[in-house]
Design a protein around this ligand. Sequence first.
Ligand code: NAD
Ligand code: ZN
Length: 350
Amino acid sequence: MNSVTVSTPSKKYYVHTGADLLSAAGEIAAPLRGAGQALIVSDANVAPLYARRVVDSLEHAGFRPTLHVVPAGEQNKNMRSLFDLLNRMAALRMIRSDTLFALGGGVVGDLGGLAASLYMRGIGLVQLPTSLLAAVDSSVGGKTAIDLETGKNLVGTFYQPDLVLYDTETLATLPKEQLANGFGEIIKTGMIRDAKLFDAARKPNLGAAEIAGIVHRCVEIKRDVVRRDEKETGLRQILNFGHTFGHAVEKCSGFSIPHGFCVAIGMMIVTAACAKRGICAPETLIQLSGALRLRGLPQTTRFEADELFAGMLADKKRASDTVTLVLPRSIGSVERRKVMLEEARAFLAD
Ligand code: NAD
Ligand code: ZN
């Protein structure tokens, strides 16, 4: 088992990665907050596969678990699911010392995390990510959210979990597309901070143990960045490498293209523009392209520059005529640069 300690100004917690951790969830979680009521939130794909292990483990450790299953898919990360969840917690008469266990991908993690942060102004939260993307990204860092009809992740909180357990055995049932989806964020993490991680991510035929090592390194990197900037006022923006244009692709596709795929396309757009401007070497673009190809990730989009630019503007969180782009210098190194919107538009047109 690999462990990372995450210390933020609001909380300190462990992220453990290893085999069969779901069966140890109760034993590991009980000493943290005491074994009270436990609400396991999961989705309709993941619950039949893994909820039993978690329920058994929690019961064994003295928790009183209840399973709450939401339909799978981003379209269910909404107000309705949030209200249902909060009402379920109230009906169970959960109290502040109780704990919500989010068992699933990023959808369940974001939704469960938000509910845990709101109910009684905050109860215990344990993240049990089962998708690779959730393991390397969404389960760590404390961002929670649901979507509104007008846009993704518009309602949310910063709320750190008390514990994160990634059981690498869940990789066995993860659909191939979801594996690639996670590698979009892994390659991104290598690009921003760690050339060795980048190399590890582009090895063919990775086994579960190697993927566990990769996840561990991604969590360490996210931890280091988030520790220095929990609320994304500066450094944390580097985690958005490939995301400014990636979100534009996501928006144009009506969110039908998985997030990690859009990040892959976004990284290619920004890296191609940087290679052209001499910000990075042409070799950087070739290496990125090779890694994405190997992991079955897309590199181009059918959307036109104008459409993407409109999508990018729709995603902007602040009204201003500038945008902060994260630009690659070489594999493992990026810089943040505030540019005029017109310049960002030129990147898209390259
Ligand atoms: P997801 O939760 O929809 O999971 C993808 C699919 O895989 C789902 O159908 C799910 O049921 C299935 N699945 C998950 N684990 C499985 C397993 N082990 N075996 C079989 N099937 C499994 O999506 P995701 O890609 O995990 O996460 C995307 C979400 O995460 C988005 O809503 C995004 O906004 C959010 N996100 C949040 C953060 C953050 O910092 N909070 C960061 C990145 C992404
Ligand atoms: Zn992302």
